[in-house]
Write a protein that binds this ligand. Structure first.
Ligand code: CA
Length: 223
């Protein structure tokens, strides 16, 4: 899963991006409104953490422009003031959730996870595909009840597949949601990751749809 953080306070930006990276997400950071708006319009993020008071273009205008352009990306708004007026106008133009500064970093993480679950239509933090379970709140993965150790990249890859299980996902889409903006992308990595996950989670767990991409096995008996 890949996230965008738009925040001009360097200290807050660093704290938020570090926490999200440690939680397994790829994170891009924009320090001003223009860059944040541009990135949200051009890159396929899974969610955005957006400060309202920004140089260039303010947060409310950014949401308004994204929504006007049909971009439905889930947005968690950060507001220093936390006034009801800002909250009401933000929600009216399409923010998905709010957090007032100062906030506890654990609460931000929990809200981002809840946003991702809601956008993927999952009520519970526990994602299941066959005999594989992924708990997004603890980042623990089990296969038939037994713990499976994954690298950070394997976890991020698996989390994206499980959030979109049942759907055929192209290699290009997987690459876009796996890496941060300036990473040198190599689509061969996707094949390597698929092979490693098949070894750890079962050969039948990920199905190759020739010429289209990959799909998780959702058949309970198939694993
Ligand atoms: Ca600010």
């Amino acid at each position: 899963m890949r996230l965008l953080v738009v925040e001009d306070d360097p200290q807050v930006a660093r704290q938020v991006s570090t926490t999200l990276r440690e939680a397994g997400y790829a994170v891009d950071v924009a320090a001003d409104g223009r860059e944040g708006h541009f990135l949200g319009e051009t890159e396929p993020y899974d969610a955005v953490v957006l400060d309202l008071g920004l140089p260039g273009v303010d947060g409310l205008t950014i949401i308004e422009r994204w929504r006007g352009a049909g971009i439905t990306i889930p947005v968690l708004v950060l507001t220093a003031r936390g006034t009801w007026r800002e909250k009401v106008s933000g929600l009216r133009i399409g923010a998905d959730d709010y957090l007032s500064k100062p906030f506890e970093i654990e609460e931000l993480l929990a809200r981002v996870e809840a946003l991702l679950r809601r956008s993927g239509d999952h009520a519970s933090p526990m994602l299941q595909a066959g005999e594989v379970q992924l708990d997004t709140s603890t980042r623990r993965v089990t296969r038939a009840g037994a713990s499976v150790e994954l690298t950070a990249l394997e976890y991020r890859f698996l989390a994206y597949l499980m959030h979109h299980r049942g759907r055929v996902i192209s290699k290009a889409e997987l690459t876009e949601h796996l890496y941060e903006q300036n990473f040198d992308r190599d689509s061969n990595v996707i094949e390597v990751l698929v092979n490693r996950l098949r070894k750890k989670l079962g050969a039948e767990f990920i199905t190759t749809r020739r010429g289209l991409g990959y799909q998780l096995s959702v058949d309970e008996s198939g694993g």
